[in-house]
Design a protein around this ligand. Structure first.
Ligand code: ADP
Ligand code: TPW
Ligand code: MG
Length: 582
């Protein structure tokens, strides 16, 4: 606090001692530092330019982006990786709105983050008198986040920041909005009183212990299973209870299925991993235990053909959010609590002897899995030029196998679905992707935060369309010299590069881009390394060189424009017009 205060002489205070003052800027920074915030993801401008500068001066790492949405995604994934809220700092109205998509994304994905935005003055906003970048931001943010707060007095900054942190990380994590009007930053108060007003959040995400009855019920249902399945979701990855989860899964002996961002919690090569037999285990299991995974669209809502209906099954669900239970189907054994506490309680109660699941089930899953893996293997070894997805992914798969601590960021349609299916993950929280919404645009923001928060090299596998949503941030990557290797799977467009204008005009089709575009040239303009790769061998050499050197690199991987399929793996979700002309 000492260097954040100024000595001043009181105006009319003959005889009064010199006293130290502080202001809103410094109180915000001190409040964040006091609570362990080390990084702010930022786009400068009125009224927060100086806040960013001063934060940097006071030892917080301030990463300035080119667009708030990307800074917001960086903050969101910081929350997932660290269990502490990632902080995004934006200017008023338009900057705030640009950051809001990421705040809503964080809330949807249960990632803790705080969007701090400067705003205009209440007096003018509320009378709609047309202030600079006027907007009632608090009202706009409210429906899109877990909590929203505004601070009007410097003396309340400590409480405001504390509430934001606790709201973001406790219970089901999510996004929090913190509104700081311009006038607040310059408000002055006594430095000592300011220091006392700050709040360190003690035990921000208290353990939530499940009830013993619920633990017993869950184990009774699991024990009764003939064909058990455990589904691990990104909540399980978030919980950082890696050892307990692994011990539980192994003790249960049940096949497990990792959701996309839970891949690597146990290695995809683990003998119990049923990733390569996904449809079989969903269909044929009789008891399904969900650990930090919701029965949303990604799991066909727990019903229908994918789940083998009309045959029905029993669900056990571990989640910190009680309202999640019975959201789509009946949950026979709800286990409400934090995953670490729940899994530990289960392990304790399972005792030394836990019966293995019937061998015919375990063997059936294994043979399906072996069959699918064998089917895939030759496709991954093809050396076609232009490449198809499998040829390109075959080499990238080996690279991740050899560098299991690297972080994989992934978005696109085919570029997403095929990467998820092909590339095995070996460690927890190494795969970061589009999440619950399947949103395009997370790529460069995630890559930047992953490099900064973990210090590990990052490999971003991006569809050419997906990359375009955040592509300008390669300047940010070059500016901060981050070890990010971006591979753009360039198939000339969205899903495929072969579509034609069905009206016959000269405009290109709605899903295609410039043919033969060279994304690698973009990064060269910022001093990074650009490579055009037309074969799997070239791709492999370029990625290995990038991962070894740690230099910002962008590889334009030329993919056959005809190789992909509409919407990747989820084409069935497209509505079809009965009137559509082929
Ligand atoms: P996926 O997309 O991987 O299936 P979801 O995002 O749908 O995963 O589900 C994650 C779930 O994990 C959410 O319902 C959330 O409430 C829950 N969750 C997050 N953190 C914890 C935790 N520490 N303990 C228990 N549940 C958690
Ligand atoms: C914010 C809709 C889903 S996937 C995709 C779009 C535009 C791009 C697919 O093309 P890409 O991958 O990346 O080149 P590939 O390999 O199949 O060619 N806007 C947002 N989010 C989503 N999901 C979309 C649009 C979409
Ligand atoms: Mg594409």
């Amino acid at each position: 606090m000492a260097d954040a205060a100024v000595k001043t002489k009181p105006e009319a205070g003959a005889g009064e001692a010199e006293r130290e003052l502080t202001d809103g800027f410094h109180l915000v920074i001190e409040a964040l530092k006091l609570n362990g915030v080390k990084t702010i993801y930022n786009v400068p401008g009125i009224p927060i330019t100086d806040l960013g500068r001063m934060a940097q001066a006071e030892g917080i790492r301030v990463i300035s982006f080119r667009h708030e949405q990307n800074a917001g995604y960086a903050a969101a994934i910081t929350g997932f990786l660290t269990k502490m809220p990632g902080i995004c700092l934006t200017v008023s109205a338009p900057g705030f709105l640009n950051g809001l998509t990421a705040l809503a994304h964080a809330t949807t994905n249960c990632f803790p983050m705080i969007l701090i935005s400067g705003s205009s003055e209440r007096e003018i906003v509320d009378l709609q008198q047309g202030d600079y970048e006027e907007m009632d931001q608090l009202a706009v943010a409210k429906p899109l986040c877990k909590a929203a707060y505004r601070v009007l007095h410097a003396a309340d900054i400590g409480i405001g920041v504390a509430r934001a942190i606790r709201a973001a990380v406790s219970g089901r994590p999510g996004g929090v909005y913190l509104d700081l009007p311009a006038k607040l930053f310059a408000q002055v108060m006594d430095a000592e009183a300011g220091k006392k007003s700050l709040v360190r959040v003690i035990d921000p995400a208290p353990a939530q212990i499940p009830s013993p009855e619920a633990v017993k019920r869950a184990l009774d249902v699991l024990k009764g299973a003939k064909r058990p399945l455990i589904i691990l979701g990104k909540g399980a990855a978030y919980a950082q209870a890696d050892d307990a989860i692994r011990a539980f899964v192994e003790k249960s002996g049940a096949p497990f299925l990792p959701m996309s961002m839970a891949k690597g919690l146990l290695p995809d090569t683990h003998p119990q991993c049923a990733g390569a037999a996904r449809s079989t285990v969903l269909k044929d299991s009789d008891v399904v235990m969900l650990i930090g995974a919701r029965l949303n669209w990604l799991l066909s809502h727990g019903k229908g053909k994918a789940w083998g209906e009309p045959y029905s099954k029993k669900f056990i669900q571990i989640d910190i959010e009680p309202k999640e239970m019975d959201s789509n189907v009946e949950i026979a054994a709800p286990l409400v609590g934090d995953i670490g506490s729940c899994v530990t309680a289960l392990l304790e109660r399972m005792g030394a002897q836990w019966p293995a699941p019937p061998a015919d089930w375990v063997n059936a899953v294994k043979s399906k899995k072996d069959e699918n893996i064998a089917k895939m293997a030759p496709r991954l070894m093809n050396n076609n030029s232009p490449m198809d997805y499998h040829g390109a992914l075959g080499v990238l798969r080996t690279i991740i196998k050899e560098r299991p601590d690297a972080i994989l960021v992934n978005e696109g349609a085919n570029a997403l679905d095929l990467t998820r299916g092909v590339i095995d993950m070996y460690q927890p929280r190494k795969r970061l992707d589009v999440g619950t919404w399947g949103v395009m645009g997370i790529g460069m923001g995630y890559a930047i935060a992953a490099a900064i928060e973990t210090g590990k090299p990052v490999l971003a596998i991006e569809g050419d369309s997906a990359f375009g949503f955040s592509g300008m941030e390669i300047e940010t990557i070059c500016r901060y010299k981050l070890p990010v290797c971006t591979v753009v799977f360039n198939n000339d467009g969205i899903y495929r590069g072969t579509d034609v204008n069905r009206g016959g005009g000269t405009d290109p089709a709605t899903t295609v881009f410039v043919k033969g575009a060279r994304y690698d040239k973009m990064i060269e303009g910022f001093g990074g390394v650009g490579v055009n790769a037309t074969t799997p061998d070239e791709l492999k050499r370029a990625v290995n060189a990038a991962m070894d050197s740690g230099k910002p690199t962008l590889i334009n991987a030329v993919i056959d424009p005809a190789a992909g399929s509409e919407s990747g793996r989820i084409g069935n979700l497209n509505p079809q017009s009965v009137l559509r002309k082929k």
